[in-house]
Ligand binder design. Structure first.
Ligand SMILES: Cc1ncc(COP(=O)(O)O)c(C=O)c1O
Length: 402
C-alpha cells in the first residue's frame, strides 16, 4: 500500500495568508464593495522597471527567430546572469566565481528544494518569529525543529548565546541547519556585522550550515549593515545565501532569484556546491531564457537606478507606517532598513483580535504576529508594498484608533 508523506499531517491546518483571505472574504460578503487598505501580504504593487521590460521584450523577439532562439537553458543559470550577479557582489567587495551563483525561480522554491542537500536526521534552528515557509518546509521534510524565541529583550535579533543557553536548558545538541533572515520578515530587524559574525563562528565551530535569507537586502540603507553573510569572514565555509528579485525588483509574479553556495562549503566529506549542481541538473531544466534576460537588466546601472527609485517609494510608505506607530505610542521596529514595520498591538490585545478590529473598524489589513510563531503573539506586521495613497489613508485610519 502506498504510504503518503505523513509529515504533512503535522502541518498546522492552514497557512497564515489563507486564514487572512478567509476572514477578508467573510467581511466582504457582509460588506460588499467596501474598500480595504491592504498592508498585509508582502506582494509588490509597482510594475517592473523600464530596463527590465525592455530586455524582456528583446528576449521575446529573440525567441521568434531561428538564429537567436534559445531552447533549454543551463540548469544552474545562464552565464550572462550568473556573471551579472557575481558583478553585483564584486561591487560590494565580495569575490564570487560565477559557478558559486545559482539562478532560481525564487527564494521560496529554493528554500524548499535546498532541503534535499541534508539528511532527514539533521535538525533545524528557526528563529521566531519567522517567515512561515521555513517551519513548514522542515515539517514536510520530517526534521526536528528548534525554535529560538526572540522579543523586545533582544530587539528580535536572537544570538548564538541565547541559542546555547536554550540548548543547555533543554539538553539538545547544536542544530545542523541555522536559518537567519536579515532584514527580517516579519520584524524588519537587521543583524549588524558583529551579530552575524557570532553566528558564523558558531556554525564553523559546530559544523552547522547557515541558510541566510537575504530576500530584503536591497532595502538596507545604513551603510554599516551587512547585505550579505559573505561580508563576514568565515562565511564561505558555513553559509548558503538565498536571494530573490521579488521585492527588490518586482518579480513576485515573474519569478526569479539566485542562491550563493561557495565552492568551499563542505560537510561530511561532500562538497555542497557540487551536490547542488547535481541536484539542479537532475531536478530542473533551468529558468526561462526570457525571464533571465529580464533579471540581468536589474544588475545594469540603469536597472539599479530604476529599482532603487521603486524601493525608495516603498521605504517612504514604511517611514509613514513607523511614524504612525510612534504617534500611537506603540513599541515598534523595522521599517528603516526593511519593507516591514513590526509593532505591538494596543492595550495588550492578541494579534488576531487586533486584525479583526482593524478590518471591521477601519478596513485596514495587516498581518497578525501570531501567524509567524508563538512569540509573535501580541504583535502585528504592516507591509510597505501598498500604494502611497492607500498607505497614507491607512495611516490616517490607524490614527483614529487613538
Ligand atoms: C523572507 C522571505 N524569504 C523568501 C521569500 C520568497 O520570495 P520569492 O518570491 O522569491 O519566492 C519571501 C517572500 O515574501 C520572504 O519574505
Amino acid at each position: 500500500m502506498l504510504i503518503p508523506n505523513r509529515n504533512y499531517s503535522d502541518l498546522k491546518d492552514s497557512y497564515l495568508f489563507y486564514n487572512i483571505s478567509k476572514r477578508i472574504e467573510a467581511y466582504l460578503l457582509k460588506n460588499p464593495g467596501k474598500k480595504l487598505y491592504r498592508m498585509g501580504i508582502g506582494d509588490v504593487t509597482l510594475p517592473l522597471c523600464e530596463a527590465v521590460i525592455k530586455e524582456l521584450h528583446a528576449a521575446v523577439e529573440d525567441q521568434a527567430e531561428k538564429k537567436t532562439f534559445h531552447g533549454y537553458m543551463p540548469e544552474c543559470g545562464a552565464p550572462f546572469l550568473r556573471g551579472a550577479v557575481a558583478g553585483y557582489y564584486r561591487n560590494r567587495g565580495i569575490e564570487l566565481s560565477e559557478d558559486e551563483v545559482f539562478v532560481s525561480s525564487g527564494a521560496s522554491d529554493e528554500l524548499g528544494d535546498l532541503q534535499d542537500l541534508f539528511d532527514k536526521s539533521c535538525s533545524a534552528m528557526i528563529p521566531e518569529p519567522a517567515y512561515p515557509a521555513y517551519v513548514d518546509a522542515n515539517i514536510m521534510a520530517g526534521r526536528r525543529i528548534i525554535h529560538l524565541e526572540s522579543g523586545r529583550f533582544d530587539n528580535f535579533l536572537p544570538s548564538p548565546t541565547e541559542l546555547l543557553h536554550k540548548l543547555k536548558r533543554e539538553g539538545l545538541p547544536v542544530p545542523d541547519l541555522i536559518y537567519i533572515c536579515s532584514p527580517n520578515n516579519p520584524t524588519g530587524a537587521v543583524y549588524d556585522r558583529a551579530g552575524l559574525k557570532e553566528w558564523v563562528e558558531l556554525a564553523n565551530k559546530y559544523g552547522s550550515v547557515i541558510l541566510f535569507d537575504a530576500a530584503y537586502e536591497a532595502f538596507i540603507e545604513d551603510d554599516e549593515l551587512p547585505h550579505s553573510i559573505f561580508e563576514i569572514e568565515g562565511a564561505r565555509t558555513c553559509a548558503i545565501e538565498i536571494c530573490s528579485l521579488s521585492k527588490t525588483a518586482g518579480f513576485t509574479g515573474t519569478r526569479l532569484g539566485y542562491t550563493i553556495i561557495p565552492k568551499t562549503l563542505e560537510r561530511g566529506g561532500m562538497n555542497i556546491n557540487d551536490m547542488w549542481v547535481r541536484n539542479r541538473t537532475t531536478k530542473t531544466n533551468g529558468v526561462s531564457y526570457i525571464i533571465q534576460r529580464g533579471g540581468a537588466a536589474v544588475f545594469t546601472p540603469e536597472g539599479q537606478r530604476q529599482i532603487k527609485k521603486n524601493i525608495s517609494l516603498y521605504k517612504e510608505n514604511a517611514r509613514l507606517l513607523s511614524e504612525t506607530a510612534e504617534k500611537l505610542g506603540l513599541w515598534h521596529c523595522g521599517g528603516k532598513n526593511a519593507p516591514y514595520v513590526w509593532m505591538e498591538c494596543p492595550n495588550g490585545m492578541k494579534s488576531w483580535d487586533f486584525f479583526d478590529l482593524l478590518l471591521n473598524e477601519v478596513q485596514v489589513i495587516g498581518t497578525p504576529g501570531a501567524g509567524f510563531g508563538a512569540c509573535g503573539e501580541g504583535y502585528f506586521r504592516f507591509s510597505a508594498f501598498a500604494s502611497p495613497e492607500d498607505t497614507k489613508e491607512a495611516a490616517e485610519r490607524l490614527l483614529k484608533l487613538r
